[in-house]
Ligand binder design. Sequence first.
Ligand SMILES: [Zn+2]
Length: 389
Amino acid sequence: MTALTDIVPPGVVTGDNLLKLLEHARDNGYAIPAVNCTSSSTANACLEAAAKNNSPVIIQVSNGGGAFLVGKSIKDANAAAAGSVALAYHVRAVAKYYGVPVVLHSDHCAKKLLPWFDGMLEADEEYYKMFGEPLFSSHMLDLSEEPDEENIDICVKYFKKMAPMKIWLEMEIGITGGEEDGVNNEDVDPEKLYTTPEQVYSVYEALSKIGPMFSIAAAFGNVHGVYKPGNVKLSPEKLLTHQEYTKEKIGSSLERPIFLVMHGGSGSTDDEIKLAVSNGVIKMNIDTDTQWAYWDGLRIFEAAKHDYLQGQIGNPEGDDKPNKKQYDPRTWVRKAEESMTARVALSMEKLGSVGTYPKSSEPGSQQVLGKKVNVVDGVISAVKGLLPH
Ligand SMILES: [Zn+2]
């Protein structure tokens, strides 16, 4: 196995490095968790999980997440784009300190939300002019509600705009059940919850003419959100049929020529996840489970410290004792973060990404652009350069 550390630098990865990262996942049979983030706090919790588990991570923002990030009081047509860009800048500013590859992605964009997508693309273009790479690594278009032909046409139109900046496109075809971001598929005909190999191939055919950097979320009985077990029949074995069909059509030497993405994975069994990954899933979305984890950390903290959280002064240790340490947001938000970090780590374990990006164990060394650089040596040679010869 080629070491990921030798081919992909730490920090936000875009373009060729992103392609290398996802090819590495495909070729080595693991997937990367993509976690919906709605704040700097939740983003940091993901970065912490990635750093502690030597794993790459995908941080993604939804339209609703973007609108929340800008501030709920702001009612502006560009609010969601502005908030999404703000999260991207936050992640860009801090990612390098965590020492692992980070993918910046935007989640489901239905037809009515295209102005949000356009706003983020504008930010990508601006960033590209300044730094020669886009702000985001990747964006998702979800036109699965539209007829297939229109879905694919719109994806082609956008992918042509994105390809020159080497931005990844994730698209969805077929119906994922449940409800997310205002799209409600709760009462859909169960037969329609499975994308066919022909549908997947038609996407491959259209997008591969433009570039290799795209992935497909094909429905295989997945449902957004958490449902009672038994209500959904997940069929990850169908994903292999997609791979085989396209492989045959294009005569590919790759066993799994298509990058697949798993949505609606909350509540899936470990075996279902494993089978999906072995059939070419390289990214799995996580939202519902990490939302719960974030809340659960706070819930447990409040239950344990309840009597210290009822007023600014006065607790079981005395009527005049201050409680500032307990109600400082850095205390209780941190509890939420720790709980979410642990949940993201669990997903990394299930998806097999743990340990794929080992940081150097040599003291004082860190990775810069994939090369191990000894910080002490670097400082010594810099100091030597300053001394008179
Ligand atoms: Zn989806």
